[in-house]
Design a protein around this ligand. Structure first.
Ligand SMILES: [Zn+2]
Ligand SMILES: [Zn+2]
Length: 98
């Protein structure tokens, strides 16, 4: 049984897992509110995502992660500790462990 490890390109956290072969796993930092550090809750938009675009927030980067021609799935999270609530469309970051 070998130990594989990798560093998340988004949050810099080192992830270790026990695996005999290199694996890819998802870092859960995309669920962390960038403002207060709390776990955000999943949010399913029922309106056009552009409705939530916050022009004042430069980190708001809707849909730019999607590859052309790929079906668009929006994983959204919301932190309700703020007023108005903070909406995030950060995508899960895959970390290659080897
Ligand atoms: Zn991360
Ligand atoms: Zn928050």
């Amino acid at each position: 049984m070998g130990l594989v490890q990798g560093v998340c390109g988004s949050c810099g956290k080192k992830i270790r897992r026990i695996s005999p072969v290199p694996i890819a796993m998802t870092c859960d930092c995309y669920k962390i509110c960038p403002i207060c550090g709390s776990m955000m809750e999943p949010y399913v938009p029922d309106l056009d995502p552009k409705t939530y675009r916050n022009e004042d927030d430069p980190s708001w980067d809707p849909l730019d992660h999607a590859e052309k021609g790929e079906p668009l799935t929006i994983v959204a999270f919301v932190c309700r500790l703020h007023s108005p609530p903070f909406f995030s469309n950060r995508q899960p970051v895959e970390v290659q462990l080897e």
